[in-house]
Design a protein around this ligand. Structure first.
Ligand code: GTP
Ligand code: IMP
Ligand code: MG
Length: 337
C-alpha cells in the first residue's frame, strides 16, 4: 500500500480522524504517524465507543500499527500520557528525538495575548511553543527524561519501512484554509497544514508518496474567527441540522454549505489523488450507516457524482456515520486492486 497522506481541505474538522481510523483498520499499515499538535482533536467512534485523540494517531485503535510522533509535531506531556492510558498503546509508540515540547508557560503566554484571543485560538499553547521553536529555545523530546523509553528517529523508521514496501499512513491535522501560508491569514493556525508540510514534518521527500487523500466534509465548518464564505445564520444551521461542537474547545462550529472553489484550491495545493467525503448522512438522512454505494439514496449518489465531475479527482471514500466502519469504500472499483 505504500505511503498515504490524509489531509484536510477546508477549515479543519472535516473528519480526518474517522478516515485515518478507517484506513488503519482496513489497510493495516505497519506504521501510522500523526503530525500537528493538541489544538487538533480527532474524533473516532469504534464499536460504539467515542475516542478523542489530540496527539496519538487514530490507528491507536488497532493493535498492530507502530505509532509515531514526528520531528515536526508538538507534544504536551499531560495529553500524551492520558491518551496512552486510554488507548493502551505504550509498547507501540515512538517519538522523534526532535519533536517539540509544549510547556505550561506556553499556554499562559497565549492566554495573555490579545492577538491569540482575536483569532479565536484554541489556547493550547501550540502557537507560543512554535514561536519559541523558531527562536530556537524550545525543549525537545530528547530533553525530557519521561520520554526516553519512546525516543526514535522517525524519518529513518518511515523511510526504511517504505523502502521495504511496507504500509504507512500519515494523519495530517486541520485544513488547508487554516494553513499559516495558504490559509486566511491572520485567522490561521501556527503551521502549514498542506500535504507537503505534513511530509516535511515527518522527514519524507515528495517522490515517496503514493496517495494524498483529501478529506472534505459535505458542508464547511469553521471554529474561531476569520472569513467563512457563505456562512449560514445560527438559525439556518439549526434548521438544516448542521450544528457541530468543537472537540478541543467545546465551541459551536460556524457553518456554510459545501464550497467547490475552496475544494478545488485544496485539491491543487495538496495534489490530491483521492477525495474522502464525510457526513453525507447529514445532508441525506437515508444515507445513514450505509456501507455500499448501491444502498445510497439516489439524491446522495447524484450529489457525489456531480461533485466528482467538477472536482476531477476520484471520490473513493464516503462517510455515512460517526462509526469508523460506516464508510463506503470505492477504492477498488475506481482505482483497481
Ligand atoms: P482536525 O484535525 O481538528 O481538523 O479534526 P478532524 O478532521 O479529525 O475532525 P473532527 O474529528 O474534529 O470532527 C469531525 C466530526 O465529524 C467528528 O465528530 C466525527 O465523529 C464526525 N464524523 C466524521 N465523519 C463522519 C460521517 O461520515 N458522518 C457523521 N455523521 N459524522 C462524521
Ligand atoms: P490555534 O492554532 O489553537 O492558535 O488556533 C488558531 C485558529 O485555528 C483558531 O481559529 C482555531 O479555532 C483554529 N484551529 C486550530 N486547530 C484547529 C483544529 O484542529 N480544528 C479546527 N480549527 C482549528
Ligand atoms: Mg478536529
Amino acid at each position: 500500500m505504500g505511503l498515504t497522506v490524509v489531509c484536510g481541505g477546508f477549515f479543519g474538522d472535516e473528519g480526518k480522524g474517522k478516515i485515518a481510523g478507517y484506513l488503519a483498520l482496513k489497510d493495516k499499515p505497519e506504521i501510522a504517524v500523526r503530525t500537528g499538535s493538541v489544538n487538533a482533536g480527532h474524533t473516532a467512534v469504534y464499536n460504539k465507543r467515542k475516542f478523542k485523540f489530540r496527539i496519538l494517531p487514530v490507528a491507536a485503535l488497532n493493535n498492530y500499527s507502530r505509532l509515531l510522533l514526528p520531528a515536526g509535531c508538538l507534544i504536551r506531556l499531560d495529553v500524551l500520557f492520558k491518551e496512552l492510558e486510554l488507548a493502551n498503546s505504550r509498547d507501540r509508540l515512538g517519538i522523534d528525538r526532535q519533536a517539540g515540547i509544549i510547556e505550561n508557560k506556553h499556554i499562559e503566554m497565549e492566554r495573555r495575548d490579545g492577538v491569540m484571543k482575536g483569532i479565536g485560538s484554541t489556547m493550547q499553547g501550540v502557537g507560543a511553543a512554535m514561536a519559541e521553536r523558531v527562536m530556537r529555545r524550545l525543549k525537545l523530546a530528547k530533553d525530557i527524561p519521561e520520554l526516553k523509553p519512546f525516543l526514535t528517529d522517525v524519518a529513518t523508521e518511515v523511510n526504511e519501512a517504505l523502502d521495504k514496501g511496507l504500509g504507512v499512513i500519515i494523519e495530517g491535522t486541520q485544513g488547508l484554509f487554516l494553513s499559516l501560508y495558504h490559509g486566511t491569514y491572520p485567522f490561521v493556525t501556527s503551521r502549514d497544514t498542506s500535504a507537503s508540510a505534513i511530509l516535511s514534518e515527518v522527514g519524507i521527500g515528495p517522490k515517496k508518496v503514493d496517495d494524498v487523500i483529501l478529506v472534505l466534509k459535505a458542508y464547511v465548518t469553521r471554529v474561531g474567527a476569520g472569513p467563512l464564505p457563505g456562512e449560514l445564520s445560527e438559525e439556518e444551521a439549526n434548521r438544516q441540522g448542521l450544528v457541530e461542537i468543537a472537540t478541543v474547545t467545546g465551541r459551536r462550529r460556524r457553518v456554510a454549505l459545501f464550497n467547490i472553489e475552496l475544494a478545488k484550491r485544496a485539491v491543487m495545493i495538496n495534489s490530491a489523488t483521492q477525495i474522502a467525503i464525510t457526513k453525507i448522512d447529514i445532508l441525506f438522512k437515508e444515507a445513514t450507516g450505509k456501507r455500499q454505494w448501491e444502498d445510497l439514496p439516489s439524491k446522495a449518489k447524484k450529489w457525489i457524482e456531480d461533485l466528482e465531475n467538477k472536482i476531477k479527482v476520484p471520490i473513493t471514500l464516503i462517510g455515512t456515520g460517526e462509526e469508523i466502519l460506516d464508510t463506503i469504500d470505492l477504492r477498488r472499483d475506481k482505482l483497481g486492486p
